[in-house]
Write a protein that binds this ligand. Structure first.
Ligand SMILES: [Fe+2]
Length: 195
């Protein structure tokens, strides 16, 4: 799920190259075809080999084209509560893709085709289907939508750190300030207002 987040954040950011776009797309295609297989059967060496390649390609993409707010918030939670990095990204991923709204629609619609999720002619429908497919993937892997670790009193600091990491370093599709990020950190709280 970390590799998937690398590929998606690199692809939807505003600082891509032809090579990083191709690497991210291939990584996403491989992840959608192989991750569930590798999780369900650790002896499926083909699936694991393909995931190894996907992780490498996604890493190549983000090391040149950066990540975004999903990683920024995951790093914040990792630093404060030791939440494992890939797990944190997986929990946060669909929520922030939805938060980007129309700013990420075109690119997410392209990823819907790459991932085999939807070929609907309407890009907005395809983008939504892609996010929904990630939610379903999370559900299959029993990954929740919230963190039990988040404390209300920590939210301003968590959001501030995430905003500081992302701006101006990450070429995110849509900039969000610390106040906006607080609202998303609150949604990630167990018993929070969002989930
Ligand atoms: Fe990562």
């Amino acid at each position: 799920m970390d590799a998937l987040t690398h590929a998606i954040e690199a692809y939807i950011g505003n600082s891509t190259t032809k090579e990083t776009r191709a690497d991210a797309k291939r990584a996403i295609e491989l992840i959608f075809m192989n991750l569930a297989k590798a999780v369900h059967d650790g002896n499926d060496l083909d699936a694991r080999k393909n995931m190894l390649e996907a992780a490498f390609l996604a890493g190549n993409a983000f090391s040149q084209s950066y990540v975004g707010y999903i990683h920024a918030i995951a790093h914040s939670l990792g630093g404060q509560y030791n939440v494992p990095h890939g797990y944190a990204n997986a929990v946060i991923l669909p929520m922030i893709l939805e938060a980007y709204g129309e700013h990420a629609t075109k690119k997410l619609a392209e990823l819907a085709i790459v991932s085999g999720t939807s070929r609907d002619p309407d890009p907005a429908v395809r983008a939504k289907a892609f996010i929904q497919a990630i939610k379903e993937m999370k559900s299959v892997f029993s990954i929740p939508d919230t963190f039990k670790e988040i404390r209300e009193e920590d939210i301003p600091m968590l959001a501030k750190q995430a905003a500081h990491e992302a701006n101006p370093l990450y070429p995110v599709p849509k900039e969000m300030n610390a106040k906006e990020l607080e609202q998303y950190c609150r949604k990630l709280m167990e018993d929070g207002h969002g989930n």
